[in-house]
Write a protein that binds this ligand. Sequence first.
Ligand code: KIV
Ligand code: ZN
Length: 496
Amino acid sequence: MERIYVFDTTLRDGEQVPGCQLNTIEKIQIAQALELLGVDIIEAGFPISSPGDFNSIIEISKAVTWPVICALTRAVEKDIEVAAEALKYAKRKRIHTGIGTSDFHIRHKFNSTREQIIERAVKAVTYARNFVDDVEFYAEDAGRTDNEYLAQVVQAVVNAGATVINIPDTTGYCFPDDYGAKINYLANNVNLKGTILATHCHQDLGMATANTISGVINGARQVEVTINGIGERAGNTSLEEVVMALKSHKDRGFDTNINTQHIYSTSRMVSSLMNMPVQPNKAIVGRNAFAHSSGIHQDGVLKNVETYEIIDPKDVGIDDNAIVLTARSGRAALNNHLERLGVKLDSFELDKVYQKFLELADQKKSINDDDILILVGKEGRLNRITIDFLQVVCGIGVRDVASIGLNIAGEHFEATATGNGPVDAAIRAVKNIIRREMKIQEFLIQAIDHGSDDIGKVHMQVEYNGNHYYGFSANTDIVAASVEAYIDAVNKFVDN
Ligand code: KIV
Ligand code: ZN
């Protein structure tokens, strides 16, 4: 079998999605889950871009042992120095540097020439090699770069000491046969001297997975992916799709190190921490990915699951018979679930989460993985505005009225309002206290389970001063969850 290296960029390209920004603790949780999943390389951030990214790379480097930790830079010396500093605690480290190579980038972004771009690329790789032995080079917009010139760039950076060459289809433009041909051309026209070619595809035309697989068939040995395919615009190639495609077609001779039974829990964790719902029909990890609803399909599956199922859901960690947690479950059972989800807590943190778990278990019959991740995520946030109380009168034949008490930086405020439904009344009451021009742009309520006692997850996007702020909450009371999500969004701009 040919080994394919999995390079996960959820914490870098994935985290560039507006509203998906994570704090350091959340990034560490995801990095540890990625380690458990078996990814080979974790791209942990773009350290020059912010002190938050820089610190996260430091902390992830300390928290993770086995995967290579990678930091992104532009082809700029200062970026490379900062990346090297951020990686100082990583047991295995890589600098990922590069520059745009398409004529669009060369002319319009850099106002430069092809020759000067090669010079800058070589300089960046040579400089990065002073700090680390493992240097990956990306040719941004390689998807739209002419193959002959791309081969010259790649040859030059290989000669300068690059160890991995990334060929991004930055704009998600390529057709699978063109992308495959590009990789093939490089494999056959560059003296790669043992360097690995990597795929990095975007989903703008819905072809990221197909392009990645085509790249692998044509000689790429590293795939750059994100959990749930999250990423800027339409997203990146999704890890779970590529890994399961290669696993389902073992006869093609490709293998990864991914422990596929951790795919589902990692997907839930990323979705939950990044406040990014997974579409129900998403391949591999969507709620309906293994649900057979038509009579003909159900009949076939009952006779033999392989009639309509090419993947055993248990292979990706979906186990309907898995032990569920209830109010009678102890700390050890909760801890066991957390560890399975890749969350490591010390005994003090576990105590706090266990208390919250017991409160939730009082309201809800059985607690699932999403509930647990939400409980963990609720820990440790320090917000300027918190809700002291919320009382709502609603129903049929009555006027919807809400009263709310808010604590703003230690001071208590109250207001009441009527509205078109309980959520509208409650939000109006909030606005009677926080008098700013805030407008809800997106409001999504999602149930996780099937029962009427389920937790409702609310995602909200609030516009203020021309900017968009994202809020999230989860509560068995959906009116409360809606107001909490609204306040979560407001907390993101209220200090400014
Ligand atoms: O899509 C892209 O080109 C990238 C590079 C910065 C690697 O994400
Ligand atoms: Zn990208």
